[in-house]
Ligand binder design. Structure first.
Ligand SMILES: *Cc1c(COP(=O)(O)O)cnc(C)c1O
Length: 426
């Protein structure tokens, strides 16, 4: 094939008729990546929120090289290795107390599939096979595989085309009370959740949620009190609580995990995106002793029948360990607090931006900020416009957001916020 023929690469979420040739990335350094054309772009999204250390971090690159020299891969079926064992111990150490068991897989979607299967089998093993449906929230996004699509927002989500193909689950309204809401506002959200549980708890295995930040479904930022109330409701109705921290994990909301804001331990927690600093695809589904111990028994049905080929891949585990070491040694939570101050000052407290007719809301949480517009057409052309100024933005629907790498300096983040608000205040 000649180099000028169209590439056979099929791009995600792309309209084939209107898509333009994708710019080719040839390298990256810190929060920047470089294109074949020579352009250098400041990545305001850190590649779907996973490149938390930025590109070509010397310690992460070295960790992969050193591990590659020893052992690139071996199956976890009936075998183990040091990087998997060490990473599991580290994840148990840093996650909320009680999450003591770690099941590895290779992506966030699969990590969520594992969580849902675990919840269904848990109830079956306890003699409650009728508890086999999920309770999810409107505005949720949990991944693109079939099981995950079925628990994404069924209306606004991107998967309504597949409605006939997917199993049916229950949905509660998305929580509306914001991060700093008073108890009364949160009580309304919890009452809506309780109503669904009262009606359907007999068939519900687990309540799934992206704690504090419903990310891909519109960056909905909610209250820690909602997590505490959800924990109490799950205990009352014998429903497992599953936190999908694929996006929120590793500092994105300002604490190591969103659960930490509420001091809540879910029964199952899923980690992916930031887990390896984005350097390799991997995921972890953590479970408490209560969940894990239900699988101890004599029948063939007690084995957990799941095992992705690449689970616990040594390269992924080694780079995840190094990612975590850098995170802690370089006090990333302090950096994130600094980034949050910039986002609050430059976006949330900008009166002119808030007053703009196209702007419905501006909010920030940790190293995340979003300008919510009234209509997706308000953002038509924003990505090209940002690129002309050296910034890579990729809005979702009517949400113009940033989730920068934590190595982004405050001055660099001001470049991002200037472009974000500049789109409206030109
Ligand atoms: C990205 C994401 C997923 C899916 O992860 P993949 O690695 O893309 O499969 C699941 N849940 C949340 C909250 C996510 O942001």
């Amino acid at each position: 094939m000649t180099p000028s023929a169209p590439s056979p690469v099929w791009h995600p979420y792309a309209h084939l008729k209107t898509q333009r040739p994708a710019p080719k990335v040839v390298g990256g350094e810190g929060p920047y990546f470089t294109l074949e054309s020579g352009e250098t772009l400041l990545d305001a999204t850190c590649s779907w929120w996973c490149m938390i250390h930025g590109y070509r971090h010397p310690r992460l690159v070295r960790a992969i090289q050193q591990q590659a020299d020893r052992l690139c891969h071996v199956m976890l079926g009936g075998l183990t290795h040091e990087p998997a064992d060490r990473l599991a111990r580290e994840l148990v150490r840093i996650t909320p107390a009680g999450l003591d068991h770690v099941f590895f897989s290779d992506s966030g979607s699969v990590g969520m599939e594992v969580a849902m299967k675990m919840a269904v089998q848990y109830h079956r093993l306890r003699g409650r096979p009728e508890k086999h449906r999920m309770l999810s929230l409107m505005k949720a996004y949990h991944g693109d595989t079939a099981g995950c699509m079925a628990v994404c927002d069924p209306e606004e989500g991107m998967h309504s085309l597949f409605a006939g193909y997917l199993p049916r689950h229950h949905f509660a309204p998305a929580p509306a009370a914001p991060f700093h809401a008073d108890d009364e506002a949160v009580a309304q959200d919890l009452a809506a959740l309780r109503a669904v549980l009262e009606r359907h708890h007999g068939e519900i295995a687990a309540l799934l949620m992206e704690p504090l930040l419903q990310a891909a479904g519109g960056l909905n930022m909610t209250s820690p009190r909602y997590l505490q109330g959800a924990r109490e409701l799950c205990d009352e109705f014998d429903v497992l609580l599953v936190f999908d921290e694929v996006a929120t994990g590793f500092g994105r909301t300002g604490r190591m995990f969103a659960a930490d804001h509420a001091d809540v331990t879910p029964d199952i927690m899923v980690l992916s995106k930031g887990l390896t600093g984005g350097y390799l695809g991997h995921a972890a589904t953590l479970a408490t002793g209560r969940v894990h111990d239900a699988f101890i028994g004599d029948s063939p049905g007690h084995a957990f029948m799941h095992g992705p080929t690449f689970m616990g891949n040594p390269l992924a585990c080694a780079v995840a360990l190094e990612s975590l070491a850098v995170f802690e040694e370089e006090a990333y939570l302090e950096r994130i607090a600094g980034l949050n101050r910039v986002l609050e000052q430059e976006l949330v407290r900008d009166a002119a931006l808030a007053a703009h007719p196209a702007v419905a809301d501006v909010r920030a949480l940790g190293a995340t900020a979003v300008i919510e517009t009234r209509d997706a057409t308000d953002l038509a052309g924003v990505a090209d416009w940002a690129r002309e100024q050296g910034v890579w933005l990729r809005p979702i629907g009517r949400w113009l957001y940033t989730m920068p790498a934590y190595v982004t300096t405050e001055a660099e983040l001001r470049r991002v916020t200037a472009v974000m608000k500049g789109w409206f205040l030109r």
